[in-house]
Design a protein. Structure first.
Length: 311
């Protein structure tokens, strides 16, 4: 029944299997890394700032989200498909975690911006009120996406993964929303970089966060474009705009496959914070080492190094 399309159902299943095999090891590493960040934050007395709390919350969201690809791999290798309606409920919790994680990125950027723009106010603020107000943003985003997603679900058969739990306007909104998120993060971190470029940051958390956000921008921008395009074209296909299919030779399976492959970029994103925090932030590296009973190596300052060279 799928022979009429250039991209068939069998192609869809095959590429999903390959994507799942690539994604799952990355997500497994991500789950381990994010678990370490969470435990280090809980046990360390030095990781008590609002920013560290937000990092731990994002790590928790990405840890929950990491469960989704393993279910996807099982569905793919057992050739099991679900309707969008079924997938919405199967991915309800992982999708919620993904929604929260998306908005935690600009929240961390806002926190860093406020700490550099208004340091006196930042240190005197009511931390609990400040934290709860900011956390309302990802909760609101989650409620909006889930509500629209529920109103748009249909009975199309797909291999179930997080993006395919949303269809129609909900899928387009989910993909498109990541674009303004990326722009906000970019603007805030460029501003922070300009304000702090003359300050020494060898051990400061801002330098590692800038690298994390740069990695997120590349990964999430790619995933956002693919997911938004796939959702939009799928919606047009359902509205009988067949000329797009004629021009491209694609079928809805090709679009859904593109959305699945974009999960590889999401996997890399979820794995990157642990690696970057450990290797770029001396604060996190020290606390993670302490978690495993590793003693920090003594640091030799550049002045002492120059003296030893006779300079």
């Amino acid at each position: 029944m799928f022979s009429a399309s250039v991209f068939t159902h069998d192609d869809y299943i095959l590429i999903n299997k390959i994507s799942g095999l690539v994604m799952c090891p990355i997500f497994a590493f991500s789950a381990i890394g994010n678990s370490i960040v969470i435990v280090a934050t809980i046990t360390s007395k030095k990781l008590r700032s609002t920013c560290c709390l937000f990092i731990a919350i994002q790590a928790t969201c990405e840890l929950i989200y990491a469960a989704s690809p393993f279910a996807f791999l099982y569905f793919t290798f057992t050739n099991k498909t679900h309707t969008h309606r079924q997938c919405y409920w199967i991915q309800f919790i992982p999708l919620g975690a993904a929604n929260m994680a998306i908005i935690m990125m600009p929240l961390i950027a806002v926190d860093r911006f406020l700490s550099s723009k208004a340091p006196l106010w930042y240190h005197k603020k009511n931390s609990k009120l400040y934290t709860w107000i900011l956390l309302c943003c990802p909760v609101f985003f989650e409620v909006v996406i889930k509500t629209i997603g529920f109103l748009c679900i249909d009975e199309e058969e797909v291999v179930c993964i997080v993006p395919t739990g949303l269809t129609g306007i909900a899928g387009q909104l989910w993909g498109f929303s990541q674009i303004p998120v990326a722009v906000i993060v970019l603007i805030l971190y460029v501003s922070i970089k300009l304000r702090t470029q003359e300050e020494p940051y060898p051990a400061h958390i801002n330098s590692s966060l800038q690298i994390i956000m740069a990695a997120y921008l590349c990964g999430y921008a790619t995933a956002a474009v693919v997911n938004f395009t796939g959702a939009a074209l799928n919606d047009m296909y359902k509205r009988d705009v067949r000329f797009i299919m004629t021009m491209t030779g694609f079928s809805p399976y090709a679009m859904n496959t593109g959305m699945t492959v974009s999960g590889i970029f999401a996997a890399i994103n979820t794995a990157s914070p642990f690696v970057i925090l450990y290797f770029k932030s001396s604060l996190y590296r020290t606390e993670i080492n302490a978690l495993f009973g590793l003693k920090p190596k003594p640091l030799v300052s550049s002045i002492e190094h120059n003296k030893s060279n006779g300079n």
